[in-house]
Design a protein around this ligand. Structure first.
Ligand code: PHE
Length: 397
């Protein structure tokens, strides 16, 4: 006789245990009897269907009907039974999938301990047709696992980094969650200095009880890794620092609260602004083609002095500001594209890392990798990089 959910007259814990033991015994028996997918579906619906499945019935006939004082115990038990039944239905399905292993595997199946097989992975592969469910036909073409391709921003970062690696630079990384000290103070942004306002910072909540320099934030630039590196390394230093940064910018076609920078730092004896210009000019030619020109305009960053913004001649219109009769949009018809911030390391910064500003000098630069990817690939919306739409991303493979 098929199991039916009884009404309970006795609402004691003991009676409940007995009823639930009967239910579990029926569950196990029925699970064992399931032979194929259709039977499994019937089994699943009998136990789990929202309308009149066994689980719904025990909810109505046991839990809802229980007197108030018995509700907590009944509630717990019914919840537990629910999990157990759901688990059993799943396990029954996996057992069926396992039984469908191709004949080649079936012979040795007895020898394979069930626990050593990743049943989840097996079920997934079977579903995706990666394992033939009946028999093995070796004349069929193989199933290709699609190969991923490098994300365009990562690809751009790799290109930039490799230009500098070829110049003898090594790569450093640092944490995305930074302290106020590394993101600001040691980079010569004193507490409350207005220059901090130029970096729309995302602060981590509930940090007020800490001294300001220990408070956490999402780094707004990769420059803190300059400090972290100089703390641990004596000059000469030649490093590039790729990484994620965050700013409180609402997303639109040209802004994203998360983006990527590649930073550079060179410190040694006798490094001058000429070295900065020569290095960056070489790097831009390597990245955008040997015909691009570079131009430097004065700027301000607290951690460099003097500071500059570097422009490259527009590699899309060749610097003319026009594409045929049309105006060139990427350079806004100016013939120049602003590509990075740079400058000579401010002597104050050396004070924070125990370098002697009388003996050493150096330069630093930082560029937005996403922006460079946008320009290189002619993409008109930065959001496309982060939406994860494979149809967009696979074009860069
Ligand atoms: N960190 C600066 C920014 O994010 C860029 C920069 C890096 C400027 C290194 C000078 C030197 O705007």
């Amino acid at each position: 006789m098929a199991y039916t959910v009884p009404k309970l007259k006795d609402h004691s814990a003991k009676a409940l245990d007995k009823a639930s033991d009967n239910l579990l015994a029926a569950l196990e028996k029925e699970s064992k009897a399931v032979k194929n997918e259709e039977e499994w579906k019937i089994f699943r619906d009998r136990w789990m269907a929202r309308k009149n499945g066994v689980l719904t019935q025990i909810n109505d006939l046991w839990l809802k009907a229980a007197p108030v004082e018995a509700k907590p115990v009944f509630g717990q038990k019914v919840n537990w039974l629910k999990k157990h039944v759901e688990g059993m239905v799943e396990v029954t399905n996996k057992r069926l999938l396992f039984a469908q292993l191709p004949a080649k595997h079936v012979k040795s199946k007895k020898k394979i301990k069930v626990e050593t097989i990743d049943l989840d992975a097996f079920a997934r592969d079977l579903k995706h047709g990666l394992i033939a469910s009946q028999s093995l036909d070796i004349t069929l073409p193989g199933i290709r696992r699609p190969l991923g391709s490098e994300h365009p921003v990562i690809k751009t970062i790799h290109e930039i980094v490799s230009v500098f690696r070829n110049l003898g630079y090594s790569v450093q990384e640092g944490p995305v969650i930074e302290t106020d000290y590394y993101n600001f103070e040691a980079l010569n942004f004193p507490p409350n200095h207005p220059a901090r306002d130029t970096q729309d910072t995302l602060f981590i909540a509930c940090q007020e009880s800490k001294p300001q320099r220990e408070r956490l934030l999402l780094r707004t630039h990769t420059s803190p890794v300059q400090i972290r590196t100089m703390e641990n390394m004596k000059p000469p230093v030649r490093i590039v620092i790729p990484g994620k940064v965050h700013r409180n910018d609402p997303p639109d076609a040209s802004h994203s609260p998360m983006f990527h920078q590649v930073e550079g730092l060179a410190v040694d004896t006798n490094i001058t602004f000429c070295d900065l210009k020569g290095t960056l000019d070489h790097a831009m030619k390597a990245l955008f083609g040997s015909s691009v020109k570079t131009s430097f305009r004065p700027s301000f960053f607290p951690f460099t002095e003097p500071s500059a913004e570097m422009m490259v001649s527009c590699f899309i219109c060749g610097g003319s500001g026009k594409r045929g009769a049309e105006p060139c949009r990427p350079c806004k018809q100016t013939g120049w594209i602003e590509i990075l911030g740079c400058g000579m390391v401010d002597p104050n910064v050396y004070g924070f890392v125990d370098y002697d500003p009388k003996k050493v000098s150096g330069f630093a630069f930082g560029m937005g990798a996403d922006r460079i990817a946008i320009l290189k690939y002619g993409v008109d919306d930065i959001q496309l990089f982060f939406n994860g739409d494979v149809r967009f991303l696979e074009q860069f493979g």
